[in-house]
Design a protein around this ligand. Sequence first.
Ligand SMILES: NC(=O)c1ccc[n+]([C@@H]2O[C@H](COP(=O)([O-])OP(=O)(O)OC[C@H]3O[C@@H](n4cnc5c(N)ncnc54)[C@H](O)[C@@H]3O)[C@@H](O)[C@H]2O)c1
Length: 357
Amino acid sequence: MGAMKTFRIAAVPADGVGREVVAAGREVLDALASAGDFAFDWAEFDWGCDYYQRTGRMMAEDGLDQLKAFDAVYFGAVGWPSVPDHVSLWGLRLAVCQGFDQWANVRPVRFLPGVTSPLRKADHVPLDWVVVRENSEGEYAGLGGRNLAARGPGSEVAVQSSLFTEAGCERIIRYAFELAATRERKHVTSVTKSNAQQFGMVLWDDVFRRVAAEYPHVDSDSCLVDAMAARFVLRPEELSVVVASNLHADILSDLGSALAGSLGLAASANLNPERRFPSMFEPVHGSAPDIAGQGIANPIGAIGSAALMLDHLGLPDEAARLERAIEATTAAGVLPRDLGGTASTKEIALAVIDSLG
Ligand SMILES: NC(=O)c1ccc[n+]([C@@H]2O[C@H](COP(=O)([O-])OP(=O)(O)OC[C@H]3O[C@@H](n4cnc5c(N)ncnc54)[C@H](O)[C@@H]3O)[C@@H](O)[C@H]2O)c1
């Protein structure tokens, strides 16, 4: 009999529905582990907007040092009306992503049985694609500043610069090709706005062409982001892996999850592929203050993120088992409000646990 493997996971539920969906995901993961030969050793951190009200910080000053010791971070969502959004996002989520060089953000767009898509095409065409988001630079590099406000009302200026490095473009584009090579449809579509943004995004296009030439067995094409938004809606069957900058992929992945039925469905992994630092797994959605505290948040994005975490921890069979349990749950019509059902967050977690088999 093999020794029981224990994974040390840092749970950072943070704000709003983040707390509810992380609790649901933890329950599912513990149930999965109790039937397997592995375990989770959880440490929960109370960082977020309440912590900010008490301390003036979104996370402990040595927060990254504390998280370094873990095998992974399981994250909820940040943001609450009491704290400006750019303060909460930069103080916690982006601080972890950037501090741990989690440069690959993988966001699968999955169409689940029993979930009605707003796309009529989804009823008769199998759709399944992955958005690969550059997660370390681009438009979210945080470069710029505000100035000249002292000259009086109406005089302030702001500069927000995007950063594109050849190394940063190359590693995410290469990641996209490696991922596409493992998929049934071996195809990568690169998204930019290089007709209007003639420096960073033209560098991206150049790197894309160079890397694509190294993967002759993977098809590729390039598309401008505005055309891509239309293509997500009109010709999604052409998509397999879509690679884009931080901002573009952020927007497109929300569109993808809405097309699949709801923002509450979308899972994501923030990966440091070299494994120098822990990777972080979180639903794509935010803290949803409009429904927080009611027990009705859709936990499927968070539970799907747990499946991505299992895969990263070297448990691909368990990840696949969890994916199948999610599918069985939605196929059986156990749906949360955002998908037209009546099931609570807890009821969905329990249904997924029941479906683990
Ligand atoms: N990764 C993150 O932590 C992250 C991402 C996006 C937004 N935010 C923050 O979240 C806060 C709210 O932002 P927002 O309203 O633009 O985005 P949001 O994702 O929180 O909510 C958008 C809409 O989707 C619904 N929704 C979101 N998650 C859901 C779920 N699990 N189940 C059912 N419905 C769900 C909400 O009720 C809302 O109507 C802001 O403070 C924002 O900065 C954080």
